[in-house]
Design a protein around this ligand. Structure first.
Ligand code: ADP
Length: 400
C-alpha cells in the first residue's frame, strides 16, 4: 500500500506452500483476503484503489458466477503444445502466441478438453480472476496480461486472424492496466473492512510490475533479473519483436518494454556452489581483471536469447582446479551473455541502454556487479523496491 508520494504505508506477505493444482484457486482466494486483512484496520479504510499483478499466462476457465470450472493452467504448463499445429496455420509467424505456454495455446487446449457449452464460460488470467473476487465483474483484462492471448496492444484490439480460430465469445474485454473497473462489492467491503468506494482496477503481470518497482522509468533504462535464469527488460521508444529470439514488447504508456530471457543464470551457479560459497568465493575475485574463460553456462542443451539454437551445448570447459577462477569464469561469461543480450535488443531497434537496475538472487553480489559494469559499460543500480506489488501500486497512483 503506497500513498500519493510513493511512500510505503503498509506491506503484507504470505508465502505459498506447495499446493495441488485442484486446490490452487481456493488458496489464491484465501491468500488475497488474508493479505488485505493484514493491513492495519485503521488504514485499510483509506485505500482508494487496488490493482493486482499476476503471473503472465497463468489462466483458468470459470462459469458465469465466477466459479472456476477447470484447474488453472500455470505459466509454464506446456499442454498447449498439442494445439501448436492448429495455431501455426493461423497466427502470424512472429506472434508471441506461437509458444506452447502462451495463453492462446492454453485457451485452445481448454476448449478442446472442456465438455459443455463454452458460451457460458469466461477465460481469465490469474490477475483478472482475483480482481473479480473484489469487484464482482467478469470478462475484463488488461493489455499486459492479454498480450500472450494475442491482443494487439498497439491497435488496442484483438487481431482479425483470431476470428479464424474456433473461439467462443469468451474473450475478455481488454483495458489499459490500472483502469478502474468498479468499486469493491458490498460483501467484500464489509468482510474485509474496506471503504465501500474503494475502486478495483485492471492489473498487470509480475514481471512488468517488478520492472516498475525497480525504479526504471526512462527510455534506455533496463532491469536484469539474475534469478534461476537471466531475464532482460529494456524500456524503449520503439517496439521490438522477434519470435526467433523470443523477444517481444509490452506497451507501457507511449513506450515499449522489450525483453528476452536466456536459460543461463543462477541455476547453473547453484549446480556447482552453495549460496554461501558463492558469497565467500566471490570476495576473492578481482572484478577489474577480465577472466579469459569463455563459457556458455546452461543446465541442459538449448537457448533462445541471445543465441537462438535449440541444440546449443552447455560450455563449461576448461574447468580450473581453483574454484575462485572457475566462479570468476562463470560470472564473467554470464555477464558477457547479458551484454550480448542488450546489444541484440539495440541492434533490433531498441533505445540505447543507459542504465541497468538489477533484481534476483544475484543482485546482491557486488563482485558480479563490478564485472557486469565492466562488460555493460553503463551504471548498474540496485532496485529501489524489490516487491513487484510496489510497481502495481504505481499503476493506480500514476496511471501509465
Ligand atoms: P528465482 O526466483 O528465479 O528462482 P532468485 O531470484 O531467488 O531466483 O535467485 C536465486 C538464484 O540466485 C540462485 O540460482 C543462486 O544461484 C543465485 N544466487 C544466490 N546468491 C548468490 C550470490 N551471492 N551470487 C550470485 N548468485 C547468487
Amino acid at each position: 500500500m503506497i500513498d500519493a508520494t510513493g511512500a510505503v504505508q503498509a506491506e503484507a506477505q504470505w508465502a505459498f506452500a506447495a499446493t495441488p493444482l485442484a486446490e490452487l484457486t481456493a488458496i489464491w482466494q484465501s491468500t488475497l483476503y488474508r493479505l488485505i486483512e493484514q493491513i492495519p484496520a485503521s488504514i485499510r479504510q483509506d485505500i482508494t484503489r487496488i490493482a493486482i499483478d499476476g503471473t503472465s499466462a497463468t489462466v483458468l476457465l470459470c462459469d458465469r458466477q465466477g466459479t472456476p470450472i477447470t484447474e488453472p493452467l500455470l505459466y509454464n504448463d506446456g499442454r498447449g503444445i498439442a494445439m501448436m499445429e492448429q495455431l501455426k496455420q493461423i497466427a502470424p509467424a512472429n506472434s508471441v502466441v506461437l509458444s506452447a505456454t502462451s495463453s492462446l495455446a492454453k485457451l485452445l487446449w481448454l476448449i478442446h478438453h472442456t465438455p459443455g457449452t463454452l458460451e457460458n464460460y469466461y477465460f481469465l488470467h490469474q490477475a483478472d480472476w482475483l480482481a473479480f473476487l473484489l469487484h464482482g465483474k467478469l470478462g475484463i483484462s488488461d493489455y499486459h496480461n492479454a498480450l500472450k492471448l494475442g491482443y494487439d496492444p498497439e491497435k488496442l484490439e484483438y487481431p482479425s486472424w483470431m476470428k479464424q480460430l474456433p473461439l467462443p465469445p469468451i474473450l475478455p474485454k481488454v483495458l489499459a492496466p490500472g483502469t478502474p473497473v468498479g468499486d469493491v462489492t458490498p460483501e467484500i467491503a464489509s468482510r474485509l473492512g474496506l471503504h465501500p468506494d474503494c475502486q478495483v482496477c485492471t492489473g498487470t503481470t509480475d514481471s512488468i510490475a517488478a520492472f516498475l518497482a525497480s525504479g526504471a522509468k526512462h527510455p534506455g533504462e533496463a532491469l536484469t533479473s539474475l534469478g534461476s535464469t537471466l531475464v532482460l527488460k529494456l524500456l524503449s521508444h520503439t517496439r521490438v519483436e522477434n519470435a526467433d529470439y523470443g523477444i517481444y514488447s509490452h506497451r507501457l504508456g507511449n513506450l515499449w518494454l522489450t525483453g528476452g530471457a536466456s536459460n543461463t543464470g543462477g541455476a547453473v551457479l547453484r549446480q556447482f556452489f552453495s549460496d554461501r560459497e558463492l558469497e565467500e568465493l566471490s570476495h576473492q575475485i578481482n572484478p577489474e581483471q577480465e577472466s579469459p574463460l569463455d563459457y556458455y553456462p546452461l543446465l541442459k542443451r538449448g537457448d533462445r536469447f541471445p543465441i537462438n539454437d535449440p541444440d546449443l551445448s552447455p560450455k563449461l570447459e576448461p574447468q580450473p582446479a581453483n574454484p575462485v577462477e572457475f566462479l570468476h569464469g562463470l560470472l564473467e561469461s554470464i555477464a558477457r551473455i547479458e551484454a550480448r543480450g542488450y546489444q541484440l535488443l539495440q541492434q533490433l531497434g531498441a533505445t540505447p541502454l543507459t542504465c541497468v537496475y538489477t533484481a534476483g538472487g544475484g543482485a546482491k553480489n557486488t563482485t558480479w556487479t563490478a564485472i557486469r559494469q565492466r562488460q555493460l559499460q553503463v551504471a548498474i543500480q540496485p532496485p529501489r523496491h524489490i516487491e513487484a506489488a510496489y510497481g502495481t501500486a504505481l499503476f493506480v497512483r500514476n496511471r501509465f
